[in-house]
Design a protein around this ligand. Structure first.
Ligand code: ADP
Ligand code: SF4
Length: 734
C-alpha cells in the first residue's frame, strides 16, 4: 500500500549542526550490554537499525575515561585505540545505510563504582552515591585543575570519536551524570564559581559543550541529552523551575546543536524508560514540550515516548513538541519501523509492548534481547535478520500444537521460510496464556505480542490456523499426516502451591477447592469468596502484583506474601519496582517479604520466616551438627489464597510422543520437537525466542539443539589494546 502523505513529514531531512539526518527518526542512546567489548554484536545491532531506516543511530552510554567505569555493566568506551577500532565498525555499518552515527559521551562522577579500573572518580562535592548506597562509592571533590582535566577528557574522547567515524557527539547530562551532578543542588555543595547560583552550577555543563565545540564542532554535531525534570521534587531539577531555565542558559551560549530531552534520573530511570504498565505513549510531553519554544527553529529537539504509531509521531511534530522522533525500545522491537512507515506497511510494524525485558537484561548485566524481536542482539552472533528469512531447501509439512507466543512465533517463521504449516489450538483464540496476561491490570499493551503475529499469520497462505479443536492426543498427532511436529502446549500455574522455596506442595492447598485460586482461574471467572485475600508470590515478576491489584480493585483486603527480598522483585530489573511499591501503597495492599506458606486452612494461613533458624552451627546431639531449628509460625487471616507460586509445564503430550518414538516411522512422522513453556516455563521473551530459533534452524542437522553462536572475546595470543607497557594517555590540563 502506498504511504499516506500525512506521514511524509517523518521522512524529511533535518540539519543537525554541520550534519544532516536523512529523516526525523533518531535512535536515542540506549544500553545494550554490547559496549566496545562486543564490536560485532554492537555494529550489526546498530547497523540493522540504520538499514531499517533510522536516520541517526547512537551508541549506549560511552565512557570517556577509566575514571568513569561501571563494570560489570558494559558501556561503550572511548578510552584508547582499541575502542576506536571496535566502534569504527559500528560507524561503518551505520554509514553503509546512509545514516549518522552518534556517540553518547559519559562521565559518571560520584556514581562510578570503578570495579574494573579501580580509579577514583571526580565529582562536584565528594559525596556518597545514592544509586549504589551499599557499595561505598564516593567521588573525590574536584578542584579547578580537576575540572579542567575532566573537560579535557571529554574533548579528547570527542577526537577519538571522530577517528572512529562518529558524526554526532552527545554529552549526556541525563541519568545523573557529572554535568547533572554539577547542576543539581542536591549534589553540588560548592562555594566556588561552579557552585551556588544556577549560572554557577550550570558552568561545568556549558564548558564541556564549549570545549567539544572547539575540538570538533566544525565537523561533528555537538548535542546533548538532558532531563528537564528528575521527577523527585524541589531539591532536584524541575522543568518549570531550573530545568527550562538551564535550557535557556545553555541555548544563549550557542554551544548545543540539538537537544534530546527526557525526564527521570539515574536512581529511577524507569521514568525515562517508562514501562507500559505505568506510562503510555508520549507521557513525557508535559515536561519537555516547552524546550522547543526556547531553542527556536534552528536547533532541533528530539523527544522520546515509546512512539510506535506514526499518527502519534506526526502529532508530536505538528504540535511543536519536537522536530525529531526519538526512540530506543520501538527501534529495538522493530528496527524497520521507519521503512515500514515509508512503504505504507503499517500493519507490519512490530510494536514495542513496553515490558522492559530489554532493560532487564542490561540491569542483570547481561546482553540486550527483546520480547517482540527475538533477532535483536542476534544479528551478528547468529546471523539473523529481523525481516529476512532463508527459504528452506527441504520444504515439508509441519504441525504446530499450541498457539501461544512460542507456537505462533514458530509457525510464523516456518511459514516465512516456505514450510506448509498447520497451527492448531483447542482454545478459540490465538495467544495461549498471554491472552490472560494481556487482561491483567495495566497489561493491555502486552496484547501486541498476539496481534502482530496474528496479522502476520493471516498473510501467509502456506499457514493454516485451526482454533477451537478438540485437544490433540498423541494418537491425533501421529495420525495427522504431518512430516514434522512441534509441541508448544505451554504451562499452567501450580494448583498445589509448588514454589521455589521448598519445592513441594503446601499443606491444605488445592485449587480445586473454592478458596484456593490460580491466576488462570481468576481470569476465567472463578468466584473469589470472602474478603481477606493473600496472594502468595513465588514468581517475583508481574503476575503476583497484578493479581493483588486486580482483587484490591474488586474491594478485597489484599496482602502479598513472597519468599523474596522484595515485592515483585524482578521488577527492579524492569525499572518498575518503585512504581509498583507506590501502587501497592496507594491501594492499601500490604506485603510481607522473606516468608513462605507452611499450611492453609480456610480463614487462616500459616507462614514461616525464611531465616528463623539459628545463624550458628551447633552439635544438636552427639555426632549430629546443624542449625538450631525454629518452628515459629506467623498467622494471617485469610479467606482466599491465590497461588502465584510457580508454573508447571504441560509436558504430557510431548512425553507421550517421545515414548512412542518407535511408531513415528509408521505414521511418516520424521521429528517431534518442543518449544516454549512446555519445555521449561520461562519469561515470555525466552518462549518466543525458542519458537523463533527452532524455525530458523529447522533444517539444521540437529534442530533440537541450537547451533553455536559467535562468542566475542579476546582469543589468547592475538593482539590487544592497550598492551602492557603502553604509556598512559595523558589528559593535559589546557
Ligand atoms: P507458550 O508460552 O509456550 O507459547 P502458552 O501456554 O501460552 O505457551 O500456549 C499454549 C497453548 O497450547 C494454549 O493456547 C493451549 O490451549 C494450547 N494447547 C495445550 N495443549 C493442547 C493440545 N493438546 N491440543 C491443542 N492445543 C493445546
Ligand atoms: Fe519493547 Fe519489551 Fe522489546 Fe523492550 S523487550 S523493546 S519493552 S517489546
Amino acid at each position: 500500500m502506498a504511504r499516506d502523505p500525512k506521514y511524509d513529514i517523518l521522512l524529511e531531512p533535518v540539519r543537525v549542526g554541520p550534519k544532516a539526518s536523512r529523516n526525523r527518526f533518531w535512535q536515542t542512546s540506549h544500553c545494550t550490554g554490547y559496549g566496545a567489548e562486543r564490536p560485532g554484536t554492537q555494529a550489526r545491532f546498530r547497523g540493522m537499525k540504520a538499514e531499517g531506516g533510522w536516520g541517526v543511530v547512537c551508541t549506549e552510554f560511552c565512557s570517556i575515561h577509566p575514571e568513569s567505569d561501571e563494570y560489570p555493566w558494559h558501556s561503550a568506551r572511548l578510552w584508547d585505540e582499541g575502542d576506536i577500532i571496535n566502534l569504527r565498525y559500528m560507524c561503518d555499518e551505520v554509514h553503509r545505510h546512509k545514516s549518522l552515527a552518534g556517540v553518547q559521551l559519559w562521565y559518571n562522577g560520584m556514581h562510578s563504582p570503578c570495579l574494573e579500573s579501580r580509579e577514583v572518580p571526580r565529582g562536584p562535592s565528594g559525596l556518597p552515591s545514592n544509586v549504589f548506597p551499599e557499595r561505598g562509592v564516593y567521588d573525590a571533590a574536584a578542584d579547578e585543575d580537576d575540572i579542567r582535566a575532566i573537560i579535557n577528557m571529554y574533548a579528547l574522547a570527542a577526537r577519538r570519536a571522530e577517528q572512529a567515524g562518529f558524526d554526532i557527539v552527545e554529552v549526556t547530562g541525563s541519568d545523573s551524570t557529572l554535568p547533572m551532578q554539577f547542576l543539581e543542588r542536591r549534589y553540588n555543595r560548592r562555594t566556588d564559581r561552579y557552585g551556588g547560583s544556577l549560572e554557577n552550577r550550570a558552568r561545568f555543563y556549558i564548558e564541556v559543550m564549549a570545549a567539544l565545540k572547539r575540538a570538533v564542532g566544525d565537523r561533528l554535531a555537538v548535542t546533548t541529552r538532558f532531563e528537564t525534570d528528575t521527577i523527585n521534587g524541589e531539591f532536584r531539577v524541575q522543568h518549570h523551575d531550573e530545568g527550562l531555565q538551564f535550557v535557556e542558559l545553555m541555548h544563549q551560549e550557542g554551544v548545543c546543536d540539538l537537544w534530546a530531552v527526557k525526564i527521570g534520573d539515574y536512581e529511577e530511570w524507569g521514568e525515562d524508560a517508562g514501562s507500559s504498565r505505568f506510562r503510555k505513549t508520549n507521557w513525557m510531553r508535559p515536561f519537555v514540550a516547552h524546550v522547543k519554544g526556547i531553542v527556536g527553529a534552528a536547533v532541533p529537539v528530539v523527544s522520546n515516548g515509546r512512539f510506535t504509531s506514526p499518527d502519534d509521531m506526526v502529532a508530536a511534530l505538528r504540535s511543536g513538541q519536537c522536530d525529531i522522533i526519538g526512540a530506543a525500545r520501538p527501534s529495538i522491537a522493530d528496527p524497520f519501523l521507519p521503512t515500514k512507515i515509508a512503504e505504507g506497511r503499517l500493519e507490519d510494524i512490530r510494536e514495542c509492548i513496553g515490558c522492559n525485558l530489554c532493560v532487564s537484561r542490561m540491569q542483570q548485566q547481561a546482553l540486550l534481547s527483546c520480547t517482540q524481536n527475538p533477532t535483536s542482539g542476534e544479528e551478528y552472533r547468529r546471523g539473523w535478520h529481523p525481516e529476512r528469512f532463508d527459504r528452506t531447501a527441504s520444504p515439508c509439512s509441519v504441525l504446530v500444537v499450541g498457539a501461544g507466543p512460542a507456537g505462533m512465533e514458530c509457525a510464523m517463521v516456518l511459514g516465512k521460510r516456505g514450510y506448509t504449516v498447520h497451527l492448531r489450538d483447542c482454545a478459540n483464540e490465538l495467544g495461549g496464556h498471554w491472552r490472560d496476561v494481556a487482561r491483567y491490570p495495566r497489561c493491555s499493551e502486552y496484547a501486541r505480542v498476539i496481534s502482530y503475529r496474528e496479522a502476520q499469520l493471516s498473510k501467509l497462505r502456506n499457514v493454516e490456523v485451526h482454533l477451537g479443536i478438540t485437544p490433540m492426543t498423541a494418537d491425533d498427532v501421529l495420525q495427522y499426516g504431518a512430516d514434522k511436529v512441534v509441541i508448544a502446549t505451554g504451562a499452567h500455574w501450580s494448583t498445589v502451591g509448588l514454589g521455589p522455596e521448598v519445592h513441594r506442595a503446601i499443606e491444605g492447598v488445592d485449587a480445586s477447592h473454592a478458596n484456593v485460586l490460580t491466576p488462570e482461574q481468576i481470569m476465567r471467572g472463578k468466584e473469589v469468596p470472602g474478603e481477606r485475600v493473600v496472594v502468595l508470590d513465588g514468581d517475583g515478576f508481574f503476575t503476583g502484583i497484578a493479581m493483588a491489584e486486580l482483587l484490591a480493585d474488586r474491594g478485597k483486603r489484599v496482602q502479598l506474601v513472597t519468599n523474596m527480598n522484595d515485592v515483585a522483585e524482578f521488577s527492579k530489573y524492569t525499572m518498575e519496582l518503585a512504581n509498583n511499591k507506590r501502587m501497592l501503597h496507594e491501594k492499601g495492599i500490604r506485603y510481607l517479604t522473606n516468608h513462605w506458606a507452611r499450611a492453609f486452612e480456610p480463614g487462616r494461613l500459616a507462614l514461616f520466616y525464611l531465616y528463623r533458624d539459628s545463624p550458628g552451627l551447633y552439635e544438636l546431639e552427639p555426632g549430629r551438627w546443624g542449625r538450631r531449628s525454629s518452628d515459629a509460625l506467623v498467622h494471617l487471616d485469610c479467606d482466599v489464597l491465590v497461588l502465584v507460586t510457580s508454573r508447571v509445564p504441560n509436558g504430557e503430550l510431548y512425553a507421550q510422543l517421545r515414548s512412542r518414538r518407535a511408531e513415528w516411522a509408521k505414521h511418516a512422522v520424521r521429528a517431534v520437537y518442543r518449544i516454549g513453556d512446555c519445555h521449561a516455563p520461562r519469561q515470555i521473551l525466552n518462549a518466543i525466542f525458542d519458537g523463533h530459533r527452532l524455525a530458523r534452524e529447522f533444517d539444521s542437522p540437529d534442530p533440537e539443539h541450537p547451533l553455536p553462536f559467535i562468542r566475542e572475546r579476546q582469543v589468547w595470543g592475538h593482539e590487544t589494546f592497550p598492551k602492557l607497557g603502553d604509556a598512559r594517555p595523558r589528559v593535559e590540563v589546557t
